[in-house]
Design a protein around this ligand. Structure first.
Ligand code: SAM
Length: 243
């Protein structure tokens, strides 16, 4: 499943899946009951367990990379918001770290070690977080990934603003560390305020595309921006394009 071109853990892909129904709520709230029921019946969850991935999110990066062919052997990758570690595991496999390339992951949460990766526990909104990361990096970075998302407030607009802010911080970091032709991938929620993010991206990268991997739940507003062909930090004096 982790190999290139392997696709995801789609329903009806051959393996028979029986629907698990929870018989009792056992003191769970209705929303945690729904979450548990969904987890138990999610083919991506089952497949990530089978393959030893730390999260079902691993399949999102597999699908993004299978589509855009971003990760190559020997590359240096930074994975922001990496806990519990599914994306980091995939990045390690695909670049061949630590023998060939380097994968550095950061999260505000503690993480168990991931073979082949270097991990940093830090809040990326803290001013010194980028410097701490740079100390670990052995040179310019080929790919900056950000799957960062603060826990939901339940208020759609607030969640959206927070996720765009994290993506903007990640983009700013990418401008500092990316090598020419580098790649930037970030989670965003669809909605108007991501324009502040897209305008500088369109100036700095040759191509900027949106992609919602099949592993991203359809009911979630989450999607990913995939920017390729880094040309350099945009000139602040240049007027930004609309749209
Ligand atoms: C959707 S999860 C990432 C899943 C991960 N890509 C994987 O494959 O396992 C989002 C992560 O962003 C992290 N995060 C949120 N705000 C952060 C911040 N300010 N600094 C660092 N990490 C943050 C959360 O702790 C959480 O682990």
């Amino acid at each position: 499943m982790a190999n290139r071109g392997s696709g995801g853990a789609r329903r009806g892909s051959g393996s028979r899946q029986t629907t698990v129904k929870l018989k009792t709520a056992r003191g769970r709230t209705p929303s945690s009951q729904r979450w548990l029921q969904r987890q138990l019946n999610d083919p991506y969850v089952a497949e990530s367990k089978r393959l030893g991935y730390r999260s079902r999110a691993a399949f999102k990066l597999i699908e993004i990379d299978d589509r855009f062919k971003l990760l190559k052997k020997g590359q240096r990758v930074v994975d922001l918001g990496c806990a519990p570690g599914g994306w980091t595991q995939i990045a390690v496999q695909r670049v061949g770290a630590p023998e060939r390339g380097q994968v550095v992951g950061l999260d505000i949460l503690p993480l168990d070690p991931i073979p082949g990766a270097e991990l940093l526990q830090a809040d990326f909104t803290e001013a010194d977080a980028p410097e701490k990361l740079k100390v670990l990096l052995g040179g310019p970075v080929d790919v900056v990934l950000s799957d960062m998302a603060a826990s939901s407030t339940g208020h759609r607009n607030t969640d959206h603003i927070r996720i765009v802010m994290l993506a903007e911080l990640a983009l700013d970091f990418a401008f500092e560390v990316l090598a020419p032709d580098g790649v930037f991938v970030a989670k965003v929620f669809l909605g108007g305020s991501e324009r502040e993010l897209l305008n500088p991206m369109r100036q700095a990268f040759r191509q900027v595309r949106h992609f919602k991997p099949p592993a991203s739940r359809s009911e979630s507003a989450e999607t990913y921006v995939v920017a390729t062909g880094y040309r350099g930090r945009p000139n602040a004096a240049e007027p930004s394009e609309e749209g």
